[in-house]
Design a protein. Structure first.
Lengths: 142, 422
């Protein structure tokens, strides 16, 4: 199974996401991809699908965008197997969004090779950075 | 056969003194045997066959009731301790069929096992059963016969040895005490054995906290086996349930009697009434036919339990096991078999309640994600749950173990499928 290094950046709003995307594309040549959930490496494939299902199950008629937390943009370098996920937290007051996301992601990351689902790639190292007043930054590798 | 018409109330020990009761019982048994001798000399008319069958069923019922009181059969073997502080906390399978050097250390009250076909799930339950049976040869016989779906009286000795692994080695920690088991079979070079019919011998050595037990069973063709053992104590009462062994009336009779005595039967009937068929009022064993009859408010006559769905029957029979495994272990193969998905969550909760009530440790296998998730999400105390996947690791089998809280978190976060663990 192929190893992927993932970087997750939590931004305050859509403008920050746009700026980050611009920097990654212009400075590092890492561009956006439009993957379906099943195309993401383990455990993101299951995490995103599960998050979608959980919230869709609760209520489909309301504004879904604010009900669950998915990356606004996904950037990928096939050459280096780097995956960058840009999240829009939805404002300083909504720090629960990244926290909840990480509390689900981190235990799944440890098991990314035990439960890969249909994925052919797995996240082996993940770094997280909060661009919201630099509230946290850390790395995990398995 | 006048004895069958005798009014039970008139011969109960309450109405007679002990000596009279004993004499009457002896006389009745002699009378039955005499009448059977007479009948065996006759050509029986076909019209009398139903009455004979009823008599046979009633006699069988009497024999089974005696067995439940611990006088003979599998119930005869006593456990080392009637009361225990804890159940299994660790199991190591060194050699048992495909399972080699398997360590299971995350063990709780309810233990779920899954894996692809032929990954060793049933073998794992068998290994646990053998370890519980210690040096009791009948435990080994039961495992082989169950796997082969063969009635006890139909088992061929040659086939038995074909099925038996050359060496079985299992160990573990039960009730904070080390225990181990080794089984091997070989041809003895003993001149005292009648070699004309001798096939092989099975040697079972077990140990529980320094209490070493051994047994040697010689198997002959066309002759009863000979077992030599100084004693035989089991770790704990252990019951093994498999969906392919629904029709074992003599066993259900034993389990039923214990469930009635412990008042668990009414809880089981209540569960069935509340969750499956609201009109069911009672389920009772009819000695005459060795069958279970259902009191259903919408039926004029009590229908046989087999007239209801397979799932209801399985729920009833699985639930009956617990009273027979008090302070012991229940092993359930393919738990979800025949049970509707919507019912599994409630039944999982009920299984947990029964396990708590009888202080029973449960090991169950499943092929169903719904079943696994039903336990993971519905057990009130998730720390009482462990989940384990048996996975192919090259030519060997490996385990992926999870505590209940850990696995619940994984299911909630990523809806992970234990069956597809790698």
């Amino acid at each position: 199974m192929e190893n992927i290094k993932a970087l997750m950046i939590f931004c305050e709003g859509p403008h920050d996401v746009a700026f980050c995307r611009f920097v990654f594309r212009r400075c590092l040549g890492i561009d956006k991809v439009g993957w379906k959930f099943s195309e993401y490496p383990s455990p993101l494939n299951q995490l995103f699908r599960s998050s979608m299902e959980k919230h869709a199950h609760k209520d489909l008629s309301l504004d879904m965008a604010h009900k669950f937390f998915l990356p606004d943009r996904t950037l990928y370098s096939e050459e280096h197997n780097y995956l960058v996920l840009l999240f829009n937290a939805g404002g300083k007051s909504r720090m629960d969004n990244p926290r909840n996301f990480l509390s689900d992601f981190l235990p799944l990351l440890e098991m990314s090779r035990v439960f890969p689902g249909d994925a052919e790639k797995a996240v082996s190292e993940a770094s997280c950075y909060s661009a919201i007043e630099r509230t946290f930054a850390f790395s995990r590798g398995f | 056969m006048a004895v069958f018409a005798t009014d039970k109330k008139s011969v109960s020990p309450d109405n007679l003194d002990k000596k009279q009761f004993h004499e009457l019982q002896q006389a009745a048994i002699i009378s039955v045997n005499k009448e059977i001798d007479v009948l065996s000399q006759m050509v029986i008319q076909e019209k009398n066959l139903p009455n004979l069958e009823v008599a046979l069923g009633r006699l069988q019922g009497i024999v089974d009731r005696i067995r439940t009181s611990g006088l003979s059969g599998v119930e005869q073997t006593a456990p080392f301790h009637d009361r225990i502080g804890s159940h299994f906390t660790h199991v190591h399978i060194s050699d048992y069929k495909r399972l080699r050097n398997i360590d299971i250390s995350l063990i709780s009250r309810i233990n779920l096992f899954t894996g692809i076909n032929n990954s060793g799930k049933t073998s794992l339950l068998e290994a646990l059963y053998l370890l519980c049976c210690q040096n009791d040869f009948s435990g080994l016989l039961e495992v082989v016969r169950r796997r082969g779906k063969v009635p006890e009286d139909k088992i061929s000795p040659e086939w038995f040895f074909e099925q038996l692994p050359t060496l079985i080695r299992i160990s573990g920690i039960f009730d904070h005490t080390d225990t181990s088991l080794q089984i091997r079979h070989y041809k003895e070079e003993n001149s005292e054995i009648d070699k004309s019919r001798y096939l092989e011998s099975v040697e079972i050595s077990s140990d529980f906290g320094g209490s070493r037990q051994e047994s040697l069973t010689r198997i002959f063709k066309g002759r009863n086996r000979e077992t030599r053992a100084l004693g035989s104590k089991i770790l704990c009462p252990t019951v093994f349930s498999s969906p392919f062994f629904l029709n074992e009336p003599h066993r259900h009779t034993l389990y039923y009697a214990k469930s009635v005595r412990s008042k668990a039967k009414q809880k089981i009937v209540n569960f069935i009434r509340r969750n499956i068929v609201p009109t069911i009022e009672n389920i009772e064993l009819a000695d005459e036919w060795h069958r279970f009859l259902v009191t259903d408010s919408i039926c004029d006559k009590a229908p046989d339990l087999t007239e209801y769905g397979e799932g209801l029957q399985r729920i009833f029979f699985i639930s009956l096991l617990f009273a027979s495994a008090q302070n012991g272990v229940v092993l359930i193969d393919e738990f979800e078999n025949a049970i509707h998905t919507d019912m599994i969550a409630d039944f999982a909760r009920f299984i947990y309640d029964l396990a708590e009530l009888f202080n029973t440790q449960v090991f169950l296998t499943s092929h169903s994600k719904e079943c696994i998730d039903a336990f993971v999400m519905n057990i009130p105390k998730v720390t009482d749950l462990s989940a384990c996947a048996l996975v192919e690791d090259g030519r060997n089998i490996a385990v992926r173990e999870f505590s209940g809280p850990e696995f619940r978190k994984l299911v909630r976060a990523g809806n992970v499928d234990l069956r597809r663990a790698r």
